[in-house]
Design a protein around this ligand. Structure first.
Ligand code: MRU
Length: 336
């Protein structure tokens, strides 16, 4: 089952707002609907929205014969969410092909982006699993955060892809998943995927994660990323930075699994990244139920920045970078 795909001249995607209770698919016919799906997190996760951006340009080329309308639609799509670099990357890659060769070539490029996501996730997951077994031992208990699984990609996952590969090799003992306030991607999505995989797992509230690490229950923290800057800073779901601090204190490796399309060499450091701030209602209410007094001010950051010196390893389909040991994504030789 693919999280996102191209079928019958339109985009088909799992509606992640309905999980874990219902598995429903959206059939997306217009760029406006695609933007709405990305903003509402019906389609979410950096690699998946990269693929959505790529397919969206192909869709725009088919729906907007007028060049001005087409440009406006593509620009709006590119800006649908600001933090994950994959969205702009997917849009730019297919737009270049559209400009040079037209709509059919754009669709071919978008389908290549989709196929590459599947391949890259498999490769980085294998590499990550091997690195973990070599580094922490033959049996690995993992702590993860947010959802970096099949649902955040086309079909395999990044951080949860590493978990899948560990499981395939008989090297996975347990997964601790943090619920991931405020939209609960961990509780709703990661736990759902882990149950489907048949992996032993336990859900913890975000604020318990440091204690779980301190108790020695975990051999490695493995998370995904929405953007990795040239110096090795990692931008990921809010709550990742405190997890990295706790991992450092507990002496547990902090591992980031992401495709090269998440590596943004044009941005020097995490300080230069636009961190998405989302609506107050996401934290002042739980669905229709109000939690905080009316009018409460909020600062609802969707992501945070984990400084490079707290990141033990970044694993991609091409390499292992060791930022805490001085490795940098923009180092052409790389350290692994
Ligand atoms: O706001 P989201 O759910 O789109 O956030 C992105 C994420 O799922 C995570 O931060 C993830 O770890 C990176 S994407 C594999």
């Amino acid at each position: 089952m693919r999280t996102i795909d191209w079928r019958d001249d339109r985009i088909v995607a799992i509606d992640q707002t309905r999980l874990p209770h219902e598995v429903e698919f959206l059939e997306i016919d217009t760029v406006e609907d695609l933007i709405a799906a990305i903003r509402s997190l019906a389609i979410r996760g950096a690699p998946a929205i990269g693929v959505a951006g790529a397919l969206g340009v192909a869709l725009a080329a088919r729906r907007h014969p007028d060049p001005t309308e087409l440009r406006q639609a593509v620009d709006a799509l590119r800006g649908a969410r600001p933090t994950a670099v994959n969205l702009a990357w997917g849009v730019d890659r297919v737009r270049a092909r559209l400009d040079a060769e037209g709509a059919e070539a754009a669709l071919a490029e978008a389908l290549t982006v989709l196929a590459e996501d599947i391949r890259c996730c498999r490769e980085l997951s294998e590499r990550g699993a091997r690195w973990l077994v070599d580094t922490v031992g033959p049996q690995v208990a993992v702590q993860t955060h947010c959802n970096a699984g099949a649902l955040a990609t086309v079909e395999w996952g990044t951080a949860l892809g590493v978990v899948r590969s560990l499981q395939e090799h008989g090297a996975l003992t347990h997964v601790y998943a943090s619920e991931t306030r405020p939209l609960l991607q961990g509780a709703r999505l990661t736990v759902w995927e882990l149950a489907q995989m048949g992996a032993a797992h336990t859900l913890v509230v975000d604020s318990a994660a440091a204690s779980v690490l301190a108790q020695g229950r975990v051999d490695a923290v493995v998370v995904g990323a929405d953007r990795i800057t040239a110096n090795g800073d990692v931008i990921n779901k809010v709550g990742t930075y405190p997890l990295a601090l706790a991992a450092a204190r507990a002496g547990v490796p902090m591992v980031v699994a992401a495709p090269e399309s998440t590596v943004d060499l044009a941005t020097p450091s995490g300080r230069d990244v636009h961190i998405e701030v989302r609506d107050p209602e996401e934290i002042t209410a739980l669905g229709a139920v109000a939690l905080a007094p009316k009018g409460t001010g909020t600062l609802n950051y969707a992501f945070d920045v984990t400084p490079a010196d707290l990141v033990t390893a970044i694993v991609t389909e091409r390499r292992v970078i060791l930022p805490a040991a001085g490795g940098r994504p923009d180092d052409p030789i790389g350290r692994s």
